[in-house]
Design a protein around this ligand. Structure first.
Ligand code: DAU
Length: 354
């Protein structure tokens, strides 16, 4: 079997992050969400992986490389424009050949992995397998309708959802999918939809097996979902310390200290991860925080947050909570008069003041 991960697309819901970076590289517990997908495939015995990339392809290939460090062989498949998930399958045909494959959307996160699902599909008793999960906001997803346990209909982001069962971004197909992606037409939003592809297979009498997700699944398309995925991973991380903690500091609960980080006169209450060469000084870092490498947190309190690499937070008087802070960000107290907020904030940023 092969793997096909989609890492192109627009990422409009994650602006301003996606102005400068690929949404699939936003870190969860200091590791890009895309890496979890690669690891899930390798764990399920799939080493031959194609990654569909768009405008951010250079960043994706710089981060992933040839896949050897994951025990995989990665082939990059450029997609000229984000014309739909089914379009990405179409352009991947020369790579996939006649092999059965797993299609994995690069911003989907499934904490418990996909090995049992792949084992079911490997038995060869169905032409396709889709993974379903109940969601509170079904109008934001492809939605499945079942009758007596059989899949009868899938619809993309319906205004009036027939059920709350979302089609997650993990699908398995055999070569019949190519007839489907060649036959369907673009939807009203101009994309070749994966849901129309699945409906085509159902209508042609192919066996499409619906499986309920076991464990936690998250589409990390929005900030709240990234924070939630971060919480789920940190909850499971074993403690590790490759950093320095001075005598005036305290670590409480499960804390991961990556190489070269320093905790000075501070309290870190886990679960939390502090990245390589980051300094935490006179500060409190609370539960469910991931601070990436080369950051400085000084005279601050922060929890339930993610801070990306090389950012500095200094002398902030209120606790920073439920925040996603980008790369090379500086937040500090200005000594200059007049006293007031001095902001340089990119388009589509969101700031909550107290
Ligand atoms: O997360 C599950 C949902 O994913 C399903 O319930 C929907 O049926 C399915 O259409 C999809 O909906 P999204 O609106 O979340 O898809 P999005 O446009 O965010 O794309 C998903 C991933 O695929 C993302 O990592 C970008 C990548 N992509 C997307 C398109 C449209 C590509 O690489 N190329 C593309 O042309």
């Amino acid at each position: 079997m092969k793997g096909l991960i989609l890492s192109g697309g627009k990422g409009t819901r994650l602006r301003p992050f996606t102005f400068t970076g690929a949404k699939q590289l936003v870190p969860i517990a200091n590791k890009p969400v895309l890496f979890y997908a690669i690891e899930n495939l390798v764990e399920a015995g799939i080493q031959d992986i194609g990654i569909v990339v768009g405008d951010t392809g250079d960043q994706i290939s710089a981060a992933v490389g040839d896949g050897s460090r994951f025990g995989a062989r990665v082939t990059y498949l450029p997609q000229d424009a984000p014309l739909g998930i089914a379009h990405a399958v179409k352009i991947a045909r020369p790579f996939l050949g006649t092999d059965r494959f797993v299609l994995f959307l690069g911003d989907n996160f499934i904490r418990e992995g996909i090995a049992p699902l792949v084992a079911t599909f490997r038995r060869g008793e169905c032409d396709a397998l889709i993974v379903l999960a109940p969601v509170p906001n079904p109008q934001d997803f492809g939605i499945a309708e079942l009758q007596d346990g059989r899949l009868v209909r899938v619809v993309e982001k319906p205004q009036d959802p027939p059920t709350n069962l979302a089609v997650t971004g993990i699908y398995m197909f055999d070569e019949h999918v190519f007839e489907a992606v060649e036959s369907i037409r673009p939807s009203a939003r101009g994309e070749l939809e994966i849901t129309d592809t699945i409906q085509y297979l159902i209508d042609q009498g192919r066996s499409v097996l619906p499986q309920r997700v076991q464990g936690s699944w998250i589409d990390t398309g929005k900030m709240e979902d990234i924070l939630e995925a971060n919480r789920l991973v940190l909850e499971m991380l074993p403690a590790r310390s490759e950093g320095y903690v001075d005598d005036d500091s305290r670590l409480i609960g499960t804390v991961v200290l990556e190489e070269g980080c320093r905790i000075e006169n501070s309290v870190v209450r886990g679960p939390a991860i502090i990245g390589r060469d980051t300094r935490i000084v006179n500060s409190y870092v609370g539960p469910f925080s991931s601070i990436d490498h080369h950051c400085v947190i000084e005279n601050c309190e922060i929890e339930h947050s993610i801070v990306l690499e090389c950012s500095t937070l200094r002398d902030v008087s209120y606790r920073i909570e439920e925040s996603l802070i980008g790369r090379y960000v500086e937040i500090s107290r200005s000594p200059l008069k007049p006293k007031g907020y001095k902001l340089m904030i990119g388009d589509h940023s969101k700031v909550g003041m107290v």
